[in-house]
Design a protein around this ligand. Structure first.
Ligand code: SF4
Length: 453
């Protein structure tokens, strides 16, 4: 007989800040806490203790993290801090001496031990509530898949390697078992993330591993090929344009993974790239993009750029705009350079005045908006599969293969009937603007499993 739940379970509030990699850490933390019988609650007030997963990527992110810690302390009083800012605990305890404990990034186990210490865990076998694969903070139909932690590069504007350490890849079998569990739970799209996806397996010397009774190597090509077995969408983020990526395009052509690449180019001027100490700075990226597009014409490329980096001249910036014209990237984000405490770029001469960086940012965005709009326009008239993220009345807010959640545009599908989030639809693209596509149902609403796409 089921016993009544007479005792309130200890509850933990989680504030998750920062990038998808930090979100995966948060998912790990809530999964571990739920498996130990803690309730996870959303507000500070309902929680017995609050965990703040911080971001320390740029100074504004650090300020936001410190502010969240202050809010949690004021509203709740019992606060543990983890995440990127935890790599330098003194930065936190100097301002918030009352936090109970500080742990660094990717330390789910240490966080749970700390929660156990400050909020003793319940002993009750009824609380085995976690599904295989852990709990996800993303919607049911997509999930981030972290394949490695840390980074071997030394980009001058970035302090992630000093916070997260050198590259540590997860063996292929481990990644694939997690991916398989997610697919079995109904996830229809996996977003592969890391600091440097192209470097996957380098640290393990591409060691052999087993999945589904077959030997694979822990390297990006094998991982993509194996993920292609799952019959769901697989999207690659944070890839660098190394020659070995050419082979990944073959897998896109074969329909194993989505023809989508997120490559953070950051700039096009060799001089600036050298000052940034970017990986693959000496590669001829335009040539590589041309080759990929010849191999796989529907390839969608997304990227991010920094303008106003120290030493960037008007000529460097003009070169970047010219490069954008040649590269014809589909989706682009742009940031104005801002110094990060501890980053090597802070010592570079010739800082670009704020007003110049601001003006370049506007020119960049305007320039790229025209390119993005023309790229999207080419798809008008076609029939494409989309995944529904949400419904507004009978309008579906969906995404195509060319749109990653949160960062890219959407496909707005009119009269989508009673579709629900996670449904796969075939739609006809009838219009476009600078960021989004507009569509109607290709035929009568027909819902299909995503592996039929
Ligand atoms: S590749 Fe560069 S920007 Fe990315 S995490 Fe590594 S050092 Fe930072």
């Amino acid at each position: 007989m089921t016993q009544p739940d007479t005792e309130k379970r200890p509850s933990v509030g989680l504030v998750s800040l920062g990038c998808p990699k930090a979100l995966v850490d948060s998912e790990d933390i809530v999964s571990r806490l739920r498996s130990e019988g803690y309730d996870i609650v959303s507000g500070y007030e309902d929680a017995d203790l609050v965990v703040v997963n911080t971001c320390g990527f740029i100074d504004s992110a650090k300020a936001e993290s410190l502010e969240s810690i202050g809010e949690a302390l004021a509203a709740n009083g019992k606060v543990l801090v983890t995440g990127c800012m935890g790599a330098k605990p003194e930065d936190i305890t100097r301002i918030h001496p009352k936090v109970l404990d500080v742990t660094g990034p990717h330390q789910g186990e240490a966080v749970v031990r700390s929660v156990n210490r400050h909020l003793p865990r319940p002993h009750d076998p009824r609380f085995d509530l976690v599904p295989p694969g852990g709990l996800k903070l993303t919607p049911r139909h997509y999930a981030y898949l972290k394949i490695s932690e840390g980074c071997n590069h030394k980009c001058s504007f970035c302090i992630i390697p000093s916070m997260r350490g050198r590259l540590v890849s997860r063996p292929l079998g481990m990644v694939m078992r997690e991916a398989e569990q997610l697919a079995e739970r109904g996830v229809q799209e996996l977003l592969v993330i890391s600091q440097d996806t192209s470097a996957y397996g380098v640290d393990l010397k591409y060691q052999a591993d087993y999945w589904r009774d077959r030997e694979w190597q822990t390297r990006l090509y094998d991982l993509c090929d194996a993920l292609g077995e799952l019959g769901i969408w697989v999207r690659l983020h944070y890839v660098y344009p190394y020659p070995h990526v050419d082979r990944i395009i073959e897998l896109m052509n074969a329909g194993r993974i989505l023809p989508y690449l997120d490559i953070p180019f950051q700039h096009a001027s060799r001089r600036v790239l050298k000052a940034m100490r970017r990986p693959a700075a000496s590669e001829n990226t335009l040539e590589r993009i041309r080759t990929w597009r010849a191999q796989c014409p529907e390839l969608v490329i997304r990227s991010t750029f920094i303008v106003g980096f120290p030493g960037e001249t008007e000529a460097d910036f003009e070169q970047l705009l010219g490069w954008l014209d040649e590269a014809q990237l589909d989706r682009v984000g742009c940031f104005k350079y801002s110094p990060v405490r501890g980053a090597a770029a802070n010592d570079l001469p010739d800082a670009v005045p704020d007003e110049v960086a601001e003006e370049r940012w506007h020119r960049f965005m305007q320039h790229q908006a025209g390119i993005s709009a023309r790229r999207l326009q080419r798809r008008v008239g076609g029939i494409e599969p989309v995944l529904v993220d949400s419904m507004e009345g009978d309008t579906a807010i969906a995404r195509s293969y060319g749109d990653a959640p949160e960062i890219d545009g959407q496909v707005i599908v009119a009269h989508a009937g009673d579709a629900t989030p996670g449904d796969a639809l075939d739609v006809k693209i009838i219009g476009s603007d600078a960021y989004d596509l507009h569509a109607e149902m290709a035929e009568a609403p027909e819902l299909r499993p995503v592996d039929a796409l």
